[in-house]
Design a protein around this ligand. Structure first.
Ligand code: URP
Length: 389
């Protein structure tokens, strides 16, 4: 990935210093100082060895009289694929698992409590191709498949909740495929799963050829470390999707994604959407994207007049966290594998809710009534015209 911009942060840090940099940080990130958290020397060495970036930031809340702090260490991993896409399915999958295990081990040693990966992390994002073979063979059972079994052991070993986005094959329902995120408890049990609610039909994202819109609603998983939910990739463009997780009590919402720099993925929106969701819903968000180019054996087009091509473009990484106050940390790089850790005091959610009253001022009743009317076949938009006199 020579020649690619490394990150927005690199551009800013290479060009600003002193008061200008502080002012940029205050206005853009929401605070002058990123509250960097010190990492173990062994983690830094392991990251260097395995060639991934590692960074950690704190999101402290105010001290309260009646509740102790609720500090949770949250980790997200972004990574590229690990073997060419023309290799046998299991070779490709095992290569990714082996590579990512090194990052999970570092997260475990850093005491990460909840860890989330990018969208469909154990396979190439092959849905651009529209080919069914061999890509459908990456699908596995959410509860009993090899990826879940692999992670269950690590969840127990590190007392870590793991949020794993995979291509699911539901053998109990006629072998159907789903884009599913599995939530594995620190006990090693599968707490539950959520299926992607909004399936893209844009650019090369031809996912609707493979799976349908999810049927699991907006579940919030009550883990030992906090209540979490998953808004899978394209769902980040849908504000009501984010809202429902908040209404169901989510304290942290993960957005495992696979998105590219072009119009279909809209890199300029990436830094806004999960951040806006954190603000309007007063919860923490974690946006996680894939990294690198994934070239497929056969060319494909997207019926947009552009020449046929073999890859979707650059998956630009840039994973980040945002707090309910809208303060975010620097993102990981656009080009490199990475582990980002956020040390979050979940007390901040209620503190911000009390202060800003966004839930209290929400007017759900008014919107429920308006939405009911919009769904009527004979709905007329509420547009007021000037009356000519
Ligand atoms: N994976 C996925 O839903 N990508 C769609 C493109 C985007 O909006 O990011």
């Amino acid at each position: 990935m020579d020649g690619e911009t490394v990150s927005l942060e690199a551009i800013v840090n290479n060009n600003l210093s002193g008061r200008d940099l502080e002012e940029f940080n205050r206005i853009y990130y929401g605070r002058r100082d990123h509250h960097e958290v010190k990492l173990k020397d062994s983690s830094i060495a392991a990251a260097k060895d395995a060639d991934f970036e590692i960074a950690a930031y704190a999101f402290p809340a105010k001290k309260e009289h009646t509740r102790p702090p609720r500090i949770v260490k949250v980790g997200v991993i972004q990574h590229s694929i690990a073997a060419p896409t023309d290799r046998p399915v299991n070779e490709q999958k095992n290569a990714i698992l082996a590579k990512v295990k090194k990052i999970i081990d570092v997260a475990g040693q850093e005491g990460v409590n909840i860890l989330c990966f990018q969208e469909l992390w154990n396979m190439p994002f092959a849905f651009c191709t529209r080919e069914k073979q061999p890509w459908c063979e990456f699908a596995e059972s959410a509860e009993e498949g090899p990826t879940t079994r692999f992670l269950r052991e690590l969840a127990v070993k590190y007392a870590m909740v793991i949020v794993s986005s995979i291509l699911e094959r539901d053998e109990n329902h006629a072998d159907m495929l789903w884009n599913t995120t599995v939530v594995i408890s620190d006990t090693g049990n599968v707490i539950g799963k959520h299926r992607k609610n909004h399936i893209p039909r844009v650019g090369d994202f031809n996912e609707s050829n493979y799976y349908m819109e999810g049927n699991t609603g907006h579940p919030v998983f009550a883990t030992r470390y906090g209540k979490i939910a998953v808004n899978i990739c394209f769902g980040r463009h849908h504000v009501l999707n984010w809202m429902m997780f908040g209404l169901n009590g989510a304290e942290i919402v993960f957005n495992p994604s696979a998105t590219v720099a072009g119009e279909a993925g809209s890199e300029y929106m990436w830094n806004i959407e999960a951040r806006n969701a954190a603000i309007t819903n007063c919860y923490f968000t974690a946006a996680i994207n894939r990294v690198g180019y994934e070239e497929f054996p056969n060319e494909f087009t997207s019926a947009d007049g552009n020449p046929a091509h073999k890859d979707l473009g650059l998956f630009y990484g840039s994973s980040y966290f945002c707090g309910p106050d809208g303060v975010r940390c620097p993102g990981l790089s656009r080009t490199k594998d990475g582990l980002l850790i956020g040390v979050m005091d979940l007390n901040m959610n209620r503190q911000i809710r009390d202060r800003r009253c966004y839930y209290m001022t929400q007017r759900l009743d008014m919107y429920a009534e308006s939405l009911r009317k919009v769904l009527d076949l004979d709905y007329k938009p509420q547009v007021v015209h000037e009356i000519e006199k």
